[in-house]
Design a protein. Structure first.
Lengths: 156, 512
């Protein structure tokens, strides 16, 4: 049995539906709820069954061979780096504050996608972030907390 | 009705709202031009901005973005043969050959006139059909709503094309599963929260929309190497040439535009069948109706071949607002995202919208017309300048789109954990996209899940815990029969394709 894209997807959803159904059995019910025609577990049970059913149908009827798409080259490295950069941005935002972390995020993004000239990296990211920050805090009156690192440094 | 139209007109022509239409059309045109980023992403990117606005202005802005994105998609289809969204793929069949002949200006003008006419005709239909349907739907009960939601979800799956039906159904179920995370609205019981306080309110709709569309589409463009295309696309961009049409040309395309507009509106109203299917069908119908000599021109720069999908996709965009505004049930991914935004404003679309928030109901309809005028008189002359934005190098543009998607979610929740969750959901979305699973049904299932469960619960309560309402209530029975028909329709797809002689399968495209 060839493991085609459709079948990989079907197996993923089959596993997901089984796990979902299992955790569905752990939903707490109030006394007497099990006698109701519909309680908090009903929908999850039903969805789990539908998920299992459709996954099995796809697994059985899915394509047996994938279209040959060797000529379509995928650029995995920049995507993995951009997702890691997004995670890093989430981690640093509270510590470095909006301005610094966003400038670093943009510089990182530009570099990952091939822009290597530092003059461009700085000339685009710094003014853009400062204007964006000004617009958010001064025009739209949104409070953006300064980074914990700086508040820690300056307030002791 | 006249009172309603005047209320809508009063709201829509307020300077703030006019400004919103103009901004929406411009921003939408720009985002729509970027290959890979469709109307769903364009609207998702706008949602955080609309939170500070009043509901009417917010929905007007989003509607403007919607037409703008479709128009922008046509522009890049014509100029660089790279459709910005699936609804404008057909435009490139004849639009790009025209541009290659040095008639890009004429092609853009035809696209704009056809879109304008399509939008205008469908706005008039909407003006008549929506209030009528809203009044009829006031008599709908929970059972009928439940049935309608089942129909909406099934239709999206059924119209997703050959080989995609089961995958679309699976994605719908996945969306429904995600909607059950959080506190059960009826009993207050926690479901699938795994002890996390962040999950008590469920998964954020905005986070899901941004991560699966805006963020994932930008990442997919990088994955497919499109971020390197900036140099080639700017070189490929054709000279515009004259935008004037001769009398003969107008005569040639006028009947096509009229036909396609009506067809587009009717298809747009159907749940699940959006602008993409409307454009394909209108193209197929017009080619079938053409004389043998004219038929040969299709695909090589036929004016009719360009006008038909353009009128149809714009008309379908307006048509898709009918089920959203009157029944509160989105028929497409784009209107699903608008429904999510409306709910977050505290407005429940549906028949009550017509009664409770007439200013929102009517101003959206009126602003659709204003949006079309804006596209014609402002965007068309400015296209040479707007299209220059495509020259912004992708290595600069893509990180900015990522930033807007991320900050769009962060600035609503101020929780940096959301950014990390977005990265995770985006990774999953990329995986599913690579496995050729459509994303729009996920969003539709997620939005409708809670409402579906509530309506089913109410229907059971009213009907003494029996599901007999499915066949005992005539309206519910009719809707359920239509659902069954819609689900078996894919089995006859070959016949339908033979009738319309459509060569390219809309199945290969995303549902819009």
């Amino acid at each position: 049995m060839n493991l085609t894209k459709e079948r990989i997807g079907a197996l993923f959803f089959l596993l997901l539906s089984i796990i979902y159904g299992y955790y569905g059995t752990e939903i707490r019910l109030y006394p007497g709820d099990e006698l109701e025609p519909m309680n908090a577990r009903t929908m999850p049970y039903f969805l789990s069954l539908m998920g299992i059913g459709f996954s099995l149908i796809l697994l059985i009827t899915g394509k047996t061979h994938d279209k040959d798409d060797h000529d379509q080259s995928r650029e995995w490295i920049p995507v993995v780096l951009l997702i890691s950069l997004t995670l890093l941005y989430g981690l640093t935002l509270d510590w470095l504050g909006f301005i610094v972390s966003t400038i670093l995020f943009l510089i990182g993004g530009f570099r990952i996608l091939g822009e290597k000239r530092w003059r461009i990296l700085l000339q685009v990211s710094i003014p853009f972030v400062l204007i964006f920050w000004f617009g958010l805090t001064q025009l739209l009156d949104i409070y953006l907390a300064p980074g914990r690192l700086f508040t820690g440094l300056f307030t002791g | 009705m006249l009172e309603g139209i005047l209320t809508g007109l009063g709201t829509a022509i307020m300077p703030m709202n006019l400004f919103m239409v103009v901004v929406g059309c411009f921003v939408g045109t720009f985002i729509g031009m970027l290959p890979g980023l469709g109307p769903i992403s364009a609207i998702a990117l706008m949602i955080p901005i609309t939170y500070g606005l009043d509901p009417a202005s917010g929905i007007i802005l989003m509607a403007g973005v919607y037409y703008g994105a479709i128009f922008g998609g046509s522009t890049s289809s014509i100029l660089i043969n790279a459709p910005g969204c699936s609804g404008t793929v057909v435009t490139s069949f004849d639009g790009y050959p025209l541009a290659a002949k040095g008639q890009a200006g004429k092609a853009l003008a035809i696209a704009a006139y056809a879109s304008f006419t399509g939008g205008t005709i469908s706005a008039i239909f909407l003006l008549v059909a929506a209030p009528m349907l809203a009044e009829v739907s006031l008599s709908f009960q929970s059972a009928d709503y439940f049935a309608l939601m089942v129909l909406g979800l099934s239709a999206v799956a059924a119209f997703s094309g050959r080989g995609q039906v089961i995958k679309a159904l699976l994605m719908t179920v996945f969306g429904l599963m995600l909607s059950t995370v959080g506190t059960d609205r009826a009993t207050g019981v926690q479901r699938f929260t795994f002890g996390s306080i962040d999950l008590l309110d469920g998964i954020s709709f905005l986070l899901l929309a941004m991560a699966t569309f805006a963020l994932a589409e930008a990442m997919m463009s990088v994955l497919n190497g499109e971020h390197k295309d900036d140099a080639s696309s700017s070189n490929d961009m054709k000279e515009l040439g004259s935008m004037k049409l001769t009398k003969e040309e107008v005569k040639e395309i006028a009947p096509t535009i009229g036909r396609s507009s009506v067809l587009g509106f009717l298809i747009g109203v159907l749940p699940g069948a959006g602008a993409t299917i409307a454009a394909f069908l209108a193209y197929g119908v017009d080619r079938n109706l053409a004389k043998a000599k004219e038929k040969l021109k299709f695909g090589t720069g036929s004016l009719r071949g360009l006008a038909a999908p353009e009128a149809a996709n714009n008309a379908a965009s307006s048509g898709s607002f009918v089920p959203l505004l009157t029944l509160g049930i989105p028929g497409s991914g784009t209107t699903a995202i608008m429904l999510g935004a409306l709910i977050s404003y505290g407005i429940q679309p549906g028949p009550r919208l017509f009664v409770d928030n007439p200013e929102v109901f009517w101003s959206v309809i009126i602003s659709m017309y204003i949006g079309n005028v804006v596209l014609l008189i402002l965007n068309l002359p400015l296209i040479p300048y707007i299209s220059r934005l495509l020259i912004i190098p992708r290595p600069i543009l893509v990180p900015m789109i990522l930033l807007f998607s991320i900050t769009g979610v962060y600035l609503v929740s101020f929780n940096s954990m959301d950014i990390m969750i977005m990265a995770g959901v985006c990774t999953l979305a990329i995986g599913l996209r690579l496995l050729t699973f459509p994303m729009a049904p996920l969003l539709l299932g997620f939005i409708l899940g809670g409402m579906m469960e509530d309506n089913l619960r109410r229907a059971l309560l009213i009907n003494d815990d029996s599901i007999s309402f499915l066949w005992e209530r005539p309206i519910t029975l009719v809707i359920m029969l239509i659902t069954a028909l819609v689900l078996i329709a894919p089995l006859f797809q070959k016949t339908i394709k033979r009738i319309f002689k459509v060569e390219t399968d809309p199945a290969d495209l995303a549902i819009d």
